[in-house]
Design a protein around this ligand. Structure first.
Ligand SMILES: Cc1cc2nc3c(=O)[nH]c(=O)nc-3n(C[C@H](O)[C@H](O)[C@H](O)COP(=O)(O)O)c2cc1C
Length: 196
């Protein structure tokens, strides 16, 4: 299984990255490969809303997004990893997500389905400082829509609230255990898919 991690926090070794690391570790132990893409290190222009992709399914803006399109197309599984910023995804994730408009155009305007029936899935992994009931709602909705544009089934989310300082999540072994259980669930669902 090939996993692409779209890492949306600017904070190296932060909570969302640590959470994703736990899941990724398990995937690698099971023989999968994990390709980390640190969005904050890339040069990504926001979508210009130019409609350039409407007829081709390709973005006219040439920047580091080209490598992301390729990586995501090759992946069996995509993790969108984000801290909650003002009740939504980080700007790094949102900028990348908006650029998937080209994939939305490929699917909905050009009616080109991509690797359909292969059980490819997208997952949201997110952390937040507070513990409001709706703290992840916006991130989940946006992620679902992004994965749909990529022709990935939404596999679900792994979210941890109440963690703020860098690595605060390490003080919550129960959340790290939950990440391992999440990875096992994910691996079983992809394994089951291959065996059908
Ligand atoms: C610009 C900014 C906005 C934030 N907005 C929220 C918010 O709306 N709700 C919340 O619970 N936490 C918010 N936080 C806190 C982060 O979500 C939290 O610290 C998270 O665990 C950081 O993950 P990271 O270490 O992977 O970056 C915000 C942090 C920053 C820097």
């Amino acid at each position: 299984m090939q996993v692409v991690v779209l890492l949306g926090s600017p904070r190296k070794g932060g909570n969302s990255e640590t959470l994703a690391g736990k899941v990724a570790e398990r995937v690698e132990q099971a023989g999968g490969t994990v390709n980390w893409i640190r969005l904050n290190d890339l040069s990504l222009r926001p979508c210009q809303g130019c409609g350039g992709c409407d007829k081709t399914g390709s973005c006219v803006v040439k920047d580091d997004m080209g490598a992301i399109y390729q990586a995501v197309d090759q992946a069996d599984c995509v993790f969108l990893v984000s801290p909650v910023y003002f009740y939504g995804l980080s700007a790094q994730c949102k900028t990348c997500g908006d650029r998937f408009q080209a994939r939305w155009a490929r699917k909905y305007l050009l009616k080109e389905r991509f690797r359909q029936g292969e059980g490819r899935k997208g997952y949201l992994l997110a952390t937040a400082a507070t513990s409001g009931q709706k703290i992840f709602d916006c991130s989940i909705l946006t992620s679902r829509y992004i994965f749909d544009a990529l022709d990935l089934e939404y596999g679900g989310e792994l979210v941890v609230k109440g963690v703020d300082k860098r690595k605060a999540i390490l003080d919550h072994p129960e959340e790290l255990a939950r990440a391992e259980a999440f990875a096992d669930m994910l691996l079983a669902s992809h394994q089951g898919r291959r065996e059908r």
